[in-house]
Write a protein that binds this ligand. Structure first.
Ligand code: URA
Length: 249
């Protein structure tokens, strides 16, 4: 299977591995699912599969190259590379201190973030602030926060693989420019992208990885922690691991 149907199959497999219920991805109407599948099925034999790198008509590609921080931010704010630009109110680029030692990377903006243009300002964000505070870190000075996706997926559905592929060139350059000493991924989308793994978060956590030589710790997303208070202990352990890495111990 190739093209959009292949990407959809990969997405559903990813959800299955993460233990997410349901066949139709959240926020995707069954009709849209059928359109995605049939568009791929209708491709005449021998015709090239639509590349996920192709920017659809009416959208502008983004040029990142060696953009400096301000140019990168401007590029992100004007990005129309994927469908998420159609429904967003604001592009959510970052919050915190770009000179911080720690970069926290989440999944995607939700409704509050889309309204305010700042990552992690809703309920999950308040919990993230508490998690950071528990190891003596604060978003105002010691942390830089951003997401894998800069625009809100409709209805807060999970990011689709082609949206991640469209958006991550921005994130790659953002990481290069911020040049953190340590990265913490919160939630499976950030953790899987940064570790290049498809393992569930519960199997990824507890290890220090390297992202291009930068130590990387992963933990549950605070929204998942709100739904599963039993994960407080592993999150606490992950934060202690983060603290030890930051302290060079
Ligand atoms: N969840 C995220 O992953 N990021 C946000 O900015 C808000 C909620």
């Amino acid at each position: 299977m190739s093209g959009r149907a292949g990407r959809l199959a990969a997405y559903l497999e990813q959800r299955r591995r993460m233990g997410e219920p349901g066949f139709v991805p959240e926020g995707l109407e069954p009709g849209e699912l059928i359109t995605l599948l049939s568009a791929s099925a209708e491709r005449p034999a021998g015709a090239p599969a639509a590349s996920s790198r192709t920017v659809p008509a009416g959208r502008r590609g983004i040029t990142i190259g060696n953009a400096d921080y301000e140019a990168l931010r401007e590029t992100a704010l004007g990005c129309t590379r994927c469908r998420l630009s159609d429904g967003r109110k604001t592009v959510v680029f970052s919050d915190g201190n770009p000179s911080a030692r720690l970069m926290v990377i989440g999944e995607a903006p939700g409704a509050h973030e889309d309204e305010t243009g700042l990552p992690f300002v809703g309920q999950a964000g308040k919990l993230l602030d508490l998690m950071l505070a528990s190891v003596d870190l604060s978003r105002t000075d010691s942390v830089y926060i951003c997401n894998v996706l800069k625009c809100r997926p409709p209805g807060n559905r999970n990011p689709l693989p082609d949206e991640i592929e469209s958006c991550t060139p921005l994130l790659k350059r953002q990481i290069e420019l911020v040049s953190p000493e340590v990265i913490m991924a919160v939630g499976s989308f950030a953790a899987q992208w940064l570790t290049e793994s498809t393992k569930a978060l519960g199997r990824l956590r507890g290890t220090v990885y390297g992202y291009h030589g930068v130590p990387l710790v992963v933990t549950y997303h605070p929204a998942a922690l709100l739904r599963n208070p039993g994960w407080s202990r592993p999150v606490w352990d992950d934060l202690q691991l983060l603290r030890r890495v930051m302290d060079g111990k």
